[in-house]
Structures are given as C-alpha cells and as structure tokens.
Design a protein around this ligand. Structure first.
Ligand SMILES: Cc1ncc(COP(=O)(O)OP(=O)(O)O)c(N)n1
Ligand SMILES: Cc1ncsc1CCOP(=O)(O)O
Ligand SMILES: [Mg+2]
Length: 376
C-alpha cells in the first residue's frame, strides 16, 4: 500500500444522495481515531518510555491516515456539523492518567467501529481493515495496562497490607493521602459477600488515588473486582495456575521465608515477593521470624522487586533498610497508627532518602563515599 489508499471502487452499492453523509462520517471518525491514538501514544512515549507501545500507536495512526483520502476530506463541513458543540461533562474533568487513557482508548474503539460499519458501504476492503485495527487496539489496551501496572509496582516502595478494622476505608485513604501507591486487601475471616463489597470499595478508592490494588489469597475475588493482582502464600494456588486464570497482565506476588522459596517463586514467574517475617509478629501468630539474615540474602540475590515484611515499624525501619531492603510492607504500623498519613509519609521519606543515597553512592568514587560518611 502506498502513502494513501488507492480507491479502486468507492461506494459499490450506496445511492448517490447518501454518499456525502457517509463521507462526512468517515472523515470525522478517521480524525477522531487518530487524535485518540496520538493522546495514548504521547503517554506511552513520555510517561512510560515504551518505544514498543508508542511504535504500535504510531503504526496504527499511519495506517488510518492512508484511508483518509482527499475525496473524504472534501466533504468536511465543520460549520454545518450539528455535533461540534456536543461534549460530555466527563470530557471536562479527568481524575488522572488512568481515566484519561481509558477514555481515549474507548474513543478510538468507538471510532474504529464506526469506520468498520460505514466503511463497508464505502469500499469493499475498508470494513475488514478497520475490524483488524480494532482488535489491535484491544491488544494495545491490555499491553498498556499490564505495562502501567509493572511500572507502578517498580515505583512502589511501601506496601500496605490491610487488617480488619472499623475504620478500614478511612485508614487506607489516609495512607493514600500520604503517598501510598500499593495496597493489599487481607481479611482472613469475613464472609464472601462482605469480602466482595469491601474489595470493591477498596478497589474504587485505590483507583481514585491511582494506587495498585492487590487481593490476598483469592484469585477469584481478584478477578471479580478487577484487582491489579493477587498475593499468594506458599499454601495458596500455584503461580502457574493463578497466571492461567489471571492472564498475562495482572500482578502475582508470592510470600517467601527462605532462599529456596525465593528461588522457586522467581522461577515460577512471581512479579514480586514478600521477604519475611523479618521479626515475629502478632499479625501472623506462630510464624517463625526469618530475620535480618534473610533480608541480607534477598538484597544480594532477589531479581524481582521484594518487600521486607513482618514486625516492621518506624523504630526498627532503619535496621531493615541497613540490611539492604529498599521496599517494605506493613500491617499494624499503618493500620493501627494514630496518624496513618504521617506514618506513611515517614516510611516513604526514609525509603526515598535511602534510594537517593544508594544512587549517589553508585556514582561517586568509593573514597568520597567514605570521607563524607554516606554509608547507610
Ligand atoms: C507482601 C506480603 N508478603 C507476605 C504475605 C503473607 O502471605 P501468606 O504467607 O499467604 O500469609 P497470609 O497473608 O495469607 O496470612 C502477604 N500477605 N503479603
Ligand atoms: C502477612 C504477613 N506475612 C508475613 S509477616 C505478615 C504480617 C505482617 O504484619 P505486621 O506488619 O503487623 O507485623
Ligand atoms: Mg495467603
């Protein structure tokens, strides 16, 4: 195909009086699809640094452009278009990047569907071409969502695992206000109807703050509420089985208490692992501490993001970080805090200070690190 699609035989069946309207529909939707793609492409390029996803958007834009011939543009009549003033209130406000992307992907899909249907009247090959492009958008959407999740996971250094609480939503929201980006819903006792309702509400809350939402133990519940992923312990479903059920783009985390479990979790495809319990904890009675030794082992050997967990609070955080942790998970320290926002901010500030220090150390000569006491 050249730069523009060659019109071998436009309008094989359509009466002449309907042709201008169809041309205007095609012209408007060719524009709409490309505009939407450009918006998604910019995020893939500048927000996610993904040349692969940006490249797919660009290719689709170029394929659409080939159909946008002069014949169709010639029918444009913007002044006479009764629809130019119609805008949806939701177009005026976007809660965040996720919503912006979702809205534009939806716009592209709608435009491609219109092009598929009306295109069949215009040219024998247009319907099939746009149907294929619509399926490519579905794939793009799913890859984009998966990529976004992985990026967010990489950027998350603090993980709140919830416990039953009368103030569950208020505490989680307070932590989100403090900058938390990763939440796990953990409830070992509630009935399923309560679990579904609670998970749905937490899911909504996390969405509002653009935080990842993970469900503990239950793949079915994670799917039912469209969670970003699931956390599985050693006694829960095998990772391969969970992956089959969840598809390629949701996050799967696995608990590990020793090097052997770590090796297996990573080999089986866990996206992240829990490392602990670092200290004995009343949140998990009867579970022996794996200790700081295991944290040191993880710092040297884990090849996926890992969260030190178990008994971590502001008083011992420094010991855990000194053992090499860059990510931590906590239940009581946040769920039972008088000021969950402040504790969250404290954890995050210490974790981010550590990252800065380690990045600095990696770029400075060793003599400078020692003489300026930049050890952590
Ligand atoms: C981040 C994280 N790490 C470890 C666990 C513990 O999971 P598991 O061993 O399955 O125990 P329960 O939480 O199910 O009691 C976790 N939940 N999160
Ligand atoms: C769920 C879990 N898995 C290992 S330790 C732990 C509980 C951590 O809770 P806390 O932060 O209150 O000690
Ligand atoms: Mg479990």
């Amino acid at each position: 195909m050249g730069d523009r699609y060659e019109l071998k035989k436009p309008f094989p069946n359509l009466p002449a009086q309907a042709q201008p309207a169809v041309c205007r529909i095609l012209d408007a939707n060719l524009d709409r699809a490309r505009e939407g793609l450009r918006i998604v492409e910019e995020w893939c390029r500048f927000g996610l640094d993904s040349s692969e996803l940006a490249g797919e958007c660009k290719q689709l834009r170029q394929e659409i452009a080939k159909w946008h011939t002069q014949d169709l543009r010639a029918f444009r009549d913007t002044l006479g278009d009764v629809g130019t003033d119609l805008s949806h209130p939701q177009e005026e406000e976007r809660a965040g990047i996720q919503q912006l992307l979702q809205a534009n992907l939806c716009r592209i899909e709608e435009a491609l569907r219109v092009l598929e249907e009306y295109g069949k009247l215009y040219h024998p090959e247009m319907g099939t071409a746009f149907k294929q492009m619509r399926y490519r958008i579905y794939t793009l959407e799913s890859n984009l969502l998966g990529y976004q999740r992985q990026q967010k996971l990489l950027r998350s250094h603090l993980y709140l695992v919830t416990s039953e609480s009368e103030n569950l939503f208020a505490v989680v929201e307070a932590a989100l206000q403090g900058g938390l980006t990763l939440v796990q819903y953990r409830d070992k006792d509630a009935d399923d109807d309560v679990r579904v309702e609670t998970a749905q509400k937490l899911r909504q809350l996390c969405r509002r703050y653009e935080a990842l939402f993970i469900v503990n133990d239950r793949v079915d519940l994670a799917l039912a509420v469209d969670a970003d992923g699931v956390h599985l312990g050693q006694q829960d479903l095998p990772i391969a089985m969970a992956r089959q059920l969840l598809g390629p783009h949701r996050i799967i985390g696995r608990s590990t208490t020793n090097p052997d479990e770590m090796r297996r979790a990573i080999a089986e495809g866990a996206d992240y692992i829990g490392v602990g319990p670092v200290y004995e904890t009343p949140t998990k009675i009867g579970k022996a501490a794996a200790g700081l030794e295991y944290v040191r082992y993880a710092a040297q050997n884990a090849s996926v993001p890992w969260f030190a967990i178990g008994g971590i609070d502001p008083t011992n955080l420094n010991d855990v970080l000194s053992a090499g942790a860059e990510r931590i998970a906590a239940v009581r320290a946040i769920m039972e805090a008088e000021q969950p926002t402040l504790v969250t901010q404290y954890f995050l500030s210490q974790l981010s200070r550590l990252q800065t220090l380690r990045a600095l150390k990696a770029h400075l000569p060793q003599s400078h690190v020692q003489s300026n006491n930049l050890t952590s």
